[in-house]
Design a protein around this ligand. Structure first.
Ligand code: GLC
Length: 423
């Protein structure tokens, strides 16, 4: 009271600022992704944290392709560079990059218990929590609800049905002068995104996860063959040739501009597809990806991103504080409502505002919690090479340069060779 009376309001503001800003205000850098609204959301939250703590944050943006981003991170970390304090890392990277990150457990205050246990387990390497979950992902099927209604079609339950409906609606729309219409867009470029899509096709048919939990190469089987045969029929038929070079954002571009009936993508495309200036606003629906035949299963590949602090950071404690802020309940809620980024905190799937903004978070809850994981844990540091072989062989099938039979048997040989060297 006395202080207030003596110095008035402006002195109080100064006192508050002094309290908020520790004597040793630091500058930390964070590399966040830029797919969809990622960069904007990251910047807003980092600024809010900087304001709150008196520290400074520098945002470093990185390539959209997870494959290119991994190569860049590997270079920086192998050189022990301290340029980036906080890394946004893919769910498949803790095994590959974990040794370069600090243990976050001492900074978490036990909050990891509120996150999905499977992701915490995934992010724990040699007993150390090398990254905090930021958002999770699973592949889903986007559809044009207005077009399905117009042609009396329903949401496809199997990949065969999807193929037929895509073709019928595409051809009818073209017949009505909508010549740019395609049936289906997805991630067909030779990179990690194609691994995610193709794993979904194969798992839907009961064809396993390329390499199983014991480390055995299982990919060359009848069910995987059925999946790749069907996928091999799409390009030029229901999907544009260009899909062979599409990542997430290219597929979204086509779907969002109204030129595709179906799209495979991650949840983030929902918020953008329904944004004010989106031509398909209010016309789209989201469903679980189709099953591989009537006795197949609905499945989606597990994706998602974590935040990790570099061992080479000059300010690891401050960087860890930023990570805990960005991965907190409130911030995950803001990102879910504004950007459709799936929280990793189970309680947020019961939050009214989160569900209002993204009804499918509730409807497809099972898809999110049962998403199929890529074999990154069992193959460890070899995972990127395993995936590289898989996406290249799949790409050859999609582009028609290899038969699905040859692709699967070549893949089996190269993966077995790799496994003999040990993973
Ligand atoms: C999404 C997923 C990530 C995946 C990537 C592939 O960003 O969250 O796990 O590796 O897509 O493109």
């Amino acid at each position: 009271m006395k202080f207030q009376a003596l110095f008035g309001a402006s002195a109080m503001t100064l006192a508050a600022a002094l309290m908020a800003s520790p004597a040793s205000a630091a500058s930390v850098s964070i590399s966040c992704g830029a797919v969809g609204q990622e960069l904007e959301l990251c910047r807003e939250a980092a600024d809010a944290w900087a304001q709150k703590t008196g520290n400074e944050v520098v945002i470093v943006s990185t390539p959209n392709s997870t494959t290119e981003r991994l190569a860049l991170y590997q270079q920086l970390l192998a050189a022990g560079a301290g340029d980036i304090d906080v890394f946004q890392i893919d769910v498949i990277w803790p095994g590959i990059l974990g040794s370069h990150f600090i243990d976050l457990a001492p900074y978490s205050g036990g909050v990891e218990k509120e996150h999905f246990p499977s992701i915490i387990e995934n992010n724990t390497v040699d007993g150390q929590l090398v990254a905090m979950p930021w958002f999770t992902d699973a592949g889903v099927l986007y559809y044009r609800a207005d077009l399905l209604e117009k042609y009396g079609e329903s949401v496809p339950q199997t990949w065969d049905e999807m193929t037929e409906i895509a073709k019928r609606v595409q051809d009818s729309e073209r017949g009505e002068g909508n010549t740019g219409m395609w049936g289906f867009v997805f991630q067909g470029k030779a990179y990690e995104g194609l691994t995610c899509d193709a794993l979904e096709w194969i798992d839907a048919y009961g064809g396993g996860t390329i390499v199983n939990g014991e480390g055995d190469v299982t990919v060359n089987n009848e069910n995987a063959l059925a999946a790749l045969k069907l996928a091999g029929s799409w390009v030029g038929n229901i999907a544009p040739e260009g899909v062979l070079n599409y990542a997430e954002e290219e597929a979204r571009g086509v779907f969002q501009s109204g030129n595709a009936v179906f799209m495979r993508n991650w949840p983030y495309a929902w918020a953008l597809g329904n944004s004010e200036d989106s031509p398909v606003k209010g016309k789209i629906g989201v469903a679980a990806l189709p099953k591989g035949g009537s006795d197949g299963k609905h499945t989606g590949t597990l994706g998602g991103w974590q935040l990790a602090v570099s061992k080479y950071s000059a300010n690891p404690e401050v960087a860890a504080d930023l990570v805990m802020y960005l991965t907190s309940y409130d911030e995950q809620k803001r990102r879910a409502v504004k950007g459709a980024y799936n929280p990793t905190i189970a309680a947020l799937y019961e939050d009214k505002q989160v569900l209002e903004a993204n009804p499918f978070f509730g409807e497809l809850y099972d898809t999110f919690v049962n998403a199929v994981a890529r074999p990154s844990r069992v193959t460890g540091t070899a995972y990127n090479q395993v995936s590289n072989e898989f996406w290249n062989e799949t790409h050859a099938v999609l582009s028609g340069t290899k038969s699905p039979e040859d692709a699967l048997s070549d893949l089996e040989s190269s993966l077995k060779r790799m496994s003999r060297r040990g993973w």
